[in-house]
Design a protein around this ligand. Sequence first.
Ligand code: AMP
Length: 143
Amino acid sequence: MSASYDPQNIFAKILRGEAGCVRVDEDEVSLAFMDIMPRAEGHVLVIPKTAARNLFDISAPELARLMPAVQRIARAVKSGMAAEGVVLQQFNESAGGQVVFHLHFHVLPRWSGVALRPPGGPIVQAAELEVHAAKIRAALAAQ
Ligand code: AMP
């Protein structure tokens, strides 16, 4: 039996405004914000507003409504961060590397010869994340 959705997870709290984030973009179905422990400068998370634990329990129509936001953010991360490429990562359940149990897509800008930082920290302060968020927001505005 699959595990259920826990409405006390940190991303649910961000969606409800009970926890802060450095917001990049929002639409009817999605929220994009800076990862607090970025594995690259400009590391963004895109989450659905619907309560989904991960890829296994979101409905296909809701997933289909989310993916244009993932594409939009990937394009903006690439151009706003002057990246050469972008990696998407999406983990499912603990054994699959998932730590926060609200579906999310990692959008990671990549440059040749620049390795990803290891997962799990350090935490980057909001003021520093904001510098990158501003560049990505500007790229979104130019799309
Ligand atoms: P995972 O579930 O393995 O995809 O990892 C969860 C991701 O969420 C990690 O990259 C964390 O750095 C990130 N994260 C955890 N808490 C927050 C938060 N409050 N704000 C932004 N990102 C977070």
